[in-house]
Unconditional design. Structure first.
Length: 65
């Protein structure tokens, strides 16, 4: 299905946030995910479905000065 990830349209096989993160090899570490501008808590990634046309933002914390 076609979704937009961080502004780039991509064809993915994943049907949930957890499956998407695995498909993108974004395992471990600290990530925040928003779907259509709503943040999805990590504890709900397994149960949060994806749909064609979703706009997904995957963010990692950065520290700077």
């Amino acid at each position: 299905m076609l979704v937009t990830i961080n502004g780039e349209q991509r064809d993915v096989a994943a049907s949930s946030v957890a499956a998407l993160m695995s498909e993108l090899d974004c395992t471990g570490g600290h990530y925040a995910v928003a779907i259509n501008y709503d943040v999805v808590p990590r504890g709900k990634w397994d149960e949060t479905p994806l749909a064609a046309g979703d706009e997904i933002e995957i963010l990692t914390p950065r520290q700077g000065g």
